[in-house]
Design a protein around this ligand. Structure first.
Ligand code: SF4
Length: 330
């Protein structure tokens, strides 16, 4: 029987930590797991990107990458269907990055808002490196190397892909049609609030991690930011902007009732937090159980990454042949 070829998608995360948080899980990973049904998914751990902010801890990046790959697998990315691999194990990423950097105008990169933001956050000798400025070029190489149909994105990430398209178009204009116009594969994924009420992020130290134990999760939720105007149980609450409410909406099937009771002063924050802890731990239990098994067999994760890199290289090397021919660089 003839195998029907499926459209390819490319996605990736940085290993700035060796574990992913619930924002990563609910905002992206669960969606990737579903997309495997329909698409040929390439899940990259973009370890070279982590160097833009971790140059003084570069020795931690490999172990972090294993941790991120472990979370991919625990969440349900299936290595028999999808390629899971490290960016640094497919050297073609670096070659395409170099060639793209020769045809990307400097002004395009200097105008990227995240460059300015990240530059302000950095301290130490990584400050404002050439690599940080060139980050979007490497990102374009990471994606276009696989000539994918598209990239899974939430609405807020759509502008980030535009520069990748611009770089692909410019290459095509200069050297002929090599790269496809990549599509936004949009999803309605929630953006999770951290335990202090800001966006969940490793850098704010406000995240619940997939790898956290149920007790660690409980401790974080018990200390979470809630409505400051709700002092007593019978004070009417304002769940919007409450970190616990945010978790309820994702993990508690009866969240509408819980929030209504908060509004009417029929429910206190302690009760709400206890129920929330139960829902979150229950929902994460199967993923955490798979993660624990994988942690005991690190060699298996390393083997999966090697097989994923091989699959990725097969596609990447074909693209690079086309690129070199198009540029007249045999
Ligand atoms: S009752 Fe629940 S939703 Fe309302 S403020 Fe307290 S923790 Fe937040």
């Amino acid at each position: 029987m003839k195998r029907v070829s499926r459209k390819r998608l490319l996605s990736g995360m940085q290993p700035t930590q060796g574990k992913l948080h619930l924002g990563n899980l609910e905002g992206a990973l669960r969606n990737w797991v579903n997309l495997q049904e329909e698409y040929d998914l390439f899940c990259c751990v973009v370890d070279w990107h982590a160097l833009t902010t971790m140059i003084d801890h570069s020795g931690e990046i490999y172990e972090n990458s294993i941790g991120v790959a472990t979370d991919y697998l625990a969440a349900g990315i299936d290595p028999d269907r999808s390629a899971i691999f490290l960016q640094s194990q497919v050297k073609e990423h670096a070659e395409l990055y170099l060639l793209f950097s020769m045809c990307t105008p400097l002004g395009w990169l200097e105008r990227v808002p995240t460059y300015k933001e990240k530059r302000e956050l950095l301290t130490g000798y990584a400050d404002a490196s050439h690599g940080l400025l060139g980050y979007p070029v490497l990102q374009a190489a990471d994606i276009l190397l696989y000539k994918p149909y598209g990239v899974p994105v939430g609405k807020d990430q759509v502008p980030h892909l535009e520069l990748t398209r611009e770089i692909g178009r410019r290459f095509n204009y200069l050297f002929g049609n090599v790269f496809p116009e990549i599509q936004n594969v949009l999803s309605e994924t929630p953006s999770m609030m951290g335990m202090d009420g800001r966006k969940m992020s490793k850098s704010y130290d406000n995240a619940i991690y997939i790898a956290d134990t149920p007790d660690e999760t409980a401790m974080k939720i018990m200390k979470a930011f809630t409505d400051p105007l709700k002092i007593r149980k019978d004070d009417p609450g304002h769940p919007e902007g409450c970190a616990v409410c945010d978790l309820h909406t994702v993990y508690n099937p009866n969240y509408v009732l819980a929030l209504e009771e908060c509004r009417q002063g029929l429910r206190g924050c302690v009760q709400n937090k206890r129920e929330c802890i139960e829902s979150v731990n229950e929902a994460l239990a199967p993923i955490r159980a798979r993660r624990r098994v994988l942690e005991q067999d690190r060699g298996h994760v390393v083997d999966i990454l090697a097989a994923g890199a091989e699959k990725a290289r097969a596609v990447a090397s074909e693209t690079m042949k086309e690129v070199r021919i198009a540029m007249g660089l045999p």
